[in-house]
Write a protein that binds this ligand. Structure first.
Ligand SMILES: *[C@@H]1O[C@H](CO)[C@@H](O)[C@H](O)[C@H]1NC(C)=O
Length: 174
């Protein structure tokens, strides 16, 4: 039997809360360097390999939303997810997360146990307004470094998924 998507989300929430018990990750605002163990652990997870695909991996991969961007201004990451020879780039700017690495870790904690490899291509900030239907992609991630083309590609992915928005991008700012 395949786990339902709901079961996968429970898995995500469960792994998220066990992460919280270990203390929330903190990164330096100026250098992007990890400041505590929780932060170092996320970066170690980023470099981890994956084992073979688990039951439900194909469904989870097929069900991955290309864009999940909260209203307001939040840090985002462009992620590449890989299952066998399949690759998919997804954008995440989740509400309430302070760091690029946290956005990565939420997705990683869901997909890695299934054998789906997740890595950060780059990051920055996304400002989304519902009133004016605008989305602006800018800045970069100090923790993961500048990533040429990341903001333009991110804007392109968002335009495809959210055609009702005026989407702009720039490499300026932080
Ligand atoms: C929406 O657009 C109007 C007119 O350009 C502007 O005055 C207002 O600040 C915008 N609202 C937001 C939330 O960006």
């Amino acid at each position: 039997m395949r786990p339902s998507l709901a079961a996968l989300w429970c898995l995500l929430l469960a792994s998220g809360s066990s992460g919280q018990q270990m203390g929330r990750a903190r990164f330096d605002d100026v250098t992007g360097a990890p400041l505590n163990k929780a932060a170092k652990d996320i970066l170690a997870r980023h470099d981890e390999g994956v084992s073979g695909p688990a039951v439900g991996a194909e469904d989870a991969f097929d069900g991955l939303k290309a864009v999940d961007v909260a209203e307001g201004t939040w840090k985002f990451v462009l992620l590449e997810c890989e299952l066998g020879s399949r690759r998919k780039q997804i954008v995440r700017a989740l509400e309430g997360l302070k760091f690029h690495a946290e956005n990565f870790d939420v997705v990683h904690s869901l997909l890695h146990p299934l054998g789906i490899h997740v890595r950060v291509i780059g990051g920055g900030r996304i400002a989304r307004t519902e009133v004016n239907k605008t989305i602006s992609v800018y800045g970069y991630s100090k923790t993961f470094g500048r990533s040429p083309g990341c903001n333009e590609r991110t804007a392109g992915i968002i335009r495809e998924v959210l055609p009702g928005y005026e989407v702009t991008w720039s490499d300026a700012g932080y």
